[in-house]
Design a protein around this ligand. Structure first.
Ligand SMILES: [Fe+2]
Length: 338
């Protein structure tokens, strides 16, 4: 479905209003040459439509690091809102945390307009993601099980909760449109047991559906063994390629809460056209990841990072079910409709 320019501007305007942008605020649209021109144009025009002071900023990022560009960094810190079409969190100079520390709100966007339209955020998404996050905030343990053979647990409390609900409305909040999930990071050395990535589960950044189950055994926070067939060998070799033991560490764990995100979407899209937030967000998934935890304030900053959303898992916090076989259980996290 092709969206007209005016439809795209209207959709961005709706999201910027959810982000509490108003005519007293300043919005920086941060872009790079590879950013989708449709998104650049629509974000910029939506800011103008709302009456915000709107700035299109395209700093050169090459050998020179964005964190060393004082004018660009100061502009983002002085703004109320940054529409990030670059990926500040992907840069290695601490750019995102530096901007957030000034209470600037950041909304990261990379998906094509059709995916943005299909996954328009709603206030109800925030309500349910926050309900889930509050449960994690007070939990001491997370346990995961599945009929495919998963039996995994970890302790919680050392690291913060990641809330992704698709728009950024609070000072210093980072979010990603589209999204809809909650996550945290296990306490150091506590991730233990077995996760079986089953046929049909997704691995990012490969952007593929697993065809042969992968058994991943964890001990003291790290992968001790990866076993299986082709998919296991591929995963193992990919991580080994970084020559960094931290690539084998457990990273974030959590679950998807977005009923409009779809498990099947990735199969319909050109790999280069999506970064795959349908897969990361689909309702009732269990997503774990491997590698870094420096985003959360932890010691591991390896660039080797896999996100692995899985179906049909059960997730318990302190023995209380949050998800049972892919179904969200707590009433305040359940989506009433699509
Ligand atoms: Fe991740």
């Amino acid at each position: 479905m092709a969206l007209s320019e005016s439809e795209q501007i209207a959709m961005w305007e709706e999201v910027l209003r959810l982000c509490n942008v108003n005519d007293q605020e300043t919005v920086v649209v941060l872009t790079k040459p590879e950013a989708r021109p449709e998104n650049v144009t629509a974000a910029y025009n939506a800011g103008i439509e709302i009456g915000a002071t709107t700035i299109h900023m395209a700093p050169h990022i090459g050998k020179s690091r964005l964190c060393d560009n004082a004018v660009a960094m100061d502009a983002m810190r002085a703004a109320d809102m940054v529409i990030d079409l670059v990926g500040l969190h992907l840069l290695r100079g601490g750019e995102r945390s530096h901007v957030l520390a000034a209470d600037t709100r950041i909304l990261y966007v990379t998906e094509p307009p059709a995916a943005l339209a299909r996954l328009m955020p709603r206030e109800d998404d925030k309500r349910r993601v926050c309900a889930a996050g509050r449960r994690i905030e007070v939990a001491k343990t997370m346990r995961i099980e599945s009929a495919a053979g998963t039996k995994f647990e970890c302790e919680l409390g050392e690291y913060p909760v990641l809330y992704e609900y698709g728009y950024s409305d609070d000072p210093g909040h980072w979010d990603h449109w589209p999204a809809g999930f909650v996550a945290t990071w296990p306490n150091e050395t506590t991730a233990r047991g077995t996760i079986v990535i089953d046929r049909g589960d997704i691995i990012f950044p490969f952007k593929t559906y697993v065809q042969t189950p992968i058994r991943v055994d964890f001990e003291e926070g790290y992968i001790a063994e990866i076993s299986g067939d082709f998919d296991a060998a591929y995963m193992q070799e990919f991580i080994e390629g970084y020559n960094d033991r931290d690539g084998f560490a457990m990273s974030h764990v959590g679950w998807g809460l977005q009923p409009r995100a779809s498990w099947t979407a990735l199969g319909m899209m050109d790999k280069a056209e999506t970064n795959g937030n349908d897969g990361r967000s689909f309702y009732g998934n269990f997503m774990f990841s491997t590698g870094p935890n420096d985003d959360a304030g932890g010691p591991r900053d390896t660039p080797c990072h896999l996100d692995i959303p899985m179906r049909n898992c059960s997730i318990y916090l302190d023995d209380e079910p949050m998800v049972l076989k892919g179904e969200i259980i707590p009433e305040d996290q359940r989506a009433a409709g699509f």
